[in-house]
Design a protein around this ligand. Structure first.
Ligand code: ZN
Length: 335
């Protein structure tokens, strides 16, 4: 099929995606994932001025049944910056209001949630709870950090797991210390099985991995992604490299190695100021359809939707293709 035909086919397919996104079908749900959300520095100043850094993207986020981000900072008043780390991010708690307005769950498994130490990390868990933002990929202790967060939407029990494997490993939770989950292969396989045992219909690991500024996934990322799908994951989604990376299908299940930045300032190169919002339509069999809305991030670190061609996939296809996403539509959130 030519590219033109593929895009034409997708204009039709993606329009039907938008309709299904608001259909009140039982046993079917829509999920959006975004990459790194860093709410200190520029984005923090945006919030302090009374603006909503997610506002320009709200039409693409708010209609989904489940909305997930990687929270690439600690949100706390307490703690002390790690002395040896070149970049440390601590956001003011005022950022939680816009975050909670647009997101249901955040992964804490990354190389910045521990920037101000375990006490600040634990403070963040309490603040997220009070704002009713579910968190995963971290916890008050090691066991909790590895426990899937199971969220129910339209009768589907969706398990979210999060893992960091980018240093410092000192951010890892310990048996009695708050922190993040680290991805040791055997443990990841056990966590996926445990999530299934706990009644999950779908299991989706959200990874923090890969080399910064590499647009192609590493051999390590590929090996672990395939291992997770072989162990029962329905999709594997990742971030951290500050750029988007390639996508893959393994055993009929999608892998998106890096969503790139989403809310983040301080980068000059266009490639760092481009991210993806990933939309999944899921049912009891797993991911039925996936597509991407490209984000262009401005100098304040605020993302704006672009109508660029981007990866898309439907169950039964053995590879991703390229789509122009549907026109954004404002829809009522459904649970
Ligand atoms: Zn990172």
């Amino acid at each position: 099929m030519t590219v033109v035909l593929r895009i034409a086919a997708c204009v039709v397919a993606c329009a039907s995606f938008a309709i299904s996104a608001v259909a009140d079908a039982a046993d079917e749900a829509t999920i959006v994932f975004v990459g790194d959300v860093m709410l200190d520095d520029g984005p923090g100043r945006v919030v302090a001025r009374g603006r909503d850094p997610f506002g320009p993207f709200a039409a693409h986020i708010d209609g989904a049944d489940l909305r997930v981000a990687n929270l690439e900072c600690v949100v706390a008043r307490g703690g002390t910056a790690e002395p040896d780390k070149p970049w440390t991010f601590r956001a003011h708690p005022r950022v939680l209001r816009p975050l909670a307005r647009h997101f249901d769950a955040v992964s804490l498994a990354n190389n910045h949630s521990g920037d101000y130490g375990p006490a600040a990390f634990a403070e963040m868990l309490g603040r997220l709870d009070r704002h009713r933002v579910a968190w995963f990929g971290g916890g008050h202790d090691l066991a909790e950090a590895h426990r899937a967060r199971i969220v129910e939407r339209h009768g589907l029990r969706i398990a979210l797991l999060g893992y960091d494997e980018f240093f410092p490993r000192s951010f890892e939770a310990q048996p009695d210390t708050p922190g993040v989950a680290w991805s040791e292969d055997d443990q990841v396989v056990r966590d996926i099985a445990e999530a299934r045992h706990a009644g999950a219909d779908l299991v989706i690991p959200f990874m923090h991995w890969g080399w910064e500024h590499e647009t192609t996934a590493s051999a390590r990322q590929r090996r672990l992604a395939r291992l997770m799908i072989d162990a029962g994951a329905d999709a594997v989604i990742g971030g951290h490299p500050h750029v988007v990376q390639d996508v893959e299908i393994h055993r009929g299940r999608p892998i998106v190695y890096s969503l790139g930045n989403f809310v983040f300032d301080g980068f000059d190169a266009p490639v760092n100021n481009t991210g993806w919002l990933l939309r999944l339509a899921v049912d009891r069999e797993g991911v039925r359809r996936a597509d991407v809305v490209v984000a262009r991030i401005d100098r304040d670190g605020v993302p704006h939707p672009a109508r660029d061609a981007a990866p898309c996939w439907e169950r039964g296809e053995d590879a991703w293709t390229t789509c122009i996403p549907d026109r954004p539509r404002r829809s009522t959130r459904r649970r």
